[in-house]
Design a binder for this molecule. Sequence first.
Ligand code: PLP
Length: 439
Amino acid sequence: MLEEKTPILKEICSEKEVFWKNPDKTACGEAMEQIELGMEDVEDAERRLERFAPFIMKCFPETKERNGIIESVLTPVPKMKDLLNEKYDSNLEGNLLLKQDSHLAIAGSIKARGGIYEILKHTEELAIEHGVLSLEDNYEKLASEECREFFKKYTIQVGSTGNLGLSIGIMSAAVGYQVIVHMSADAKQWKKDLLRSHGVTVKEYESDYSEAVKNGRALSDADPNSYFVDDENSKTLFLGYAVAAKRLQKQLEEKNVTVDEEHPLFVYIPCGVGGAPGGVCFGLKLLFGDYVHCFFIEPTQAPCMLVGMATGLNQEISVQDIGLTGLTHADGLAVGRPSGFVGRVMKNLLGGEFTIRDGKLYDYMRDLLGTENIFLEPSACASFEGPMQIEKNESARKYLQENHLEEKMKNATHIAWATGGSLVPEAIREEYKNTYLEK
Ligand SMILES: *Cc1c(COP(=O)(O)O)cnc(C)c1O
């Protein structure tokens, strides 16, 4: 039944790598009319992060350089582009840039955007409600012993495959909260160890991400002083991610990169539950409209957003429902059921999705290390499947044709969004570098 309505499911079920062109993509202006969030919400988030900058700088001296703003660099990777074209017989034109969220301060992954933002927003609300803080204060005062004593009474809980737990755990511990992170079976040991070293309680589950979230939510709901960060539905997380777009716009300007009708921008982001890539793309669409083309990449065994969007069932369907395991070396993307909220927001905005087999993640990792000397964790390396395929894959070429992009590809800018990696311990890096899987 489902397969008749959505023929691509057949390939997805048989673990084939696919490109799915989103048939519901419309003109951006039209799409935005259906969405309840807008630029004013993103700007509100941006201002909140600015208010917290003195506090962040105080707690995390490594953010001093950027005055307490957690932001990553945008790096041209021309040698990686050449390698994609030579080694993989790709035909990529234009410029290839790497957005290094892998090297974001504090959490070493894209989760340093949404996760940290949600904790800060909750902190501001609590503190203002209880007269501990006013909007006009210098937020550095939140780092005082007095304030920490206040926040000790409250608990933060979250379900995570690893990186979200890291960002929420580290920031919550810095504010002074009690923190419980509910980790799915995929979560790496070193991430659990790192959290425990920050005084975070880590609960481990045998099951996958959705179960960890379910249990965490139930436990949190039972405690009136506990706040649950809901990765599957949170608009706050989403807006924290969306702020990235405004910062990126500035970085593109600094690099004299034009984005307009003749100079399209392509962005490729690895996708788990959808919040991070969805938020970033939403922000980019607000800024660049029809000139930006957004693509998600998911593992062939855990393409939850693809399955949700292609069937239109969103969070009503899981990858297990169609016979996939949900198991992948890309721990940050090991999610079986997508965010319904993100699926609905992206419905008319997303260009499409690529899927990638696990073995290629390690190849791209070695490729990037060899050409540009930048290390990314396996999940983040999924982003290279986009630039590798966009002008090579037949269905992707159809997307370019339909959007009248073929002639403009020589002027295009491609951004592979490097979503994590700088906190990976050296011994684990060595392990990754020597991992070769069947392809
Ligand atoms: C979480 C994560 C993603 C995807 O974010 P979602 O919000 O789960 O879609 C991608 N890459 C890495 C490294 C991550 O940790």
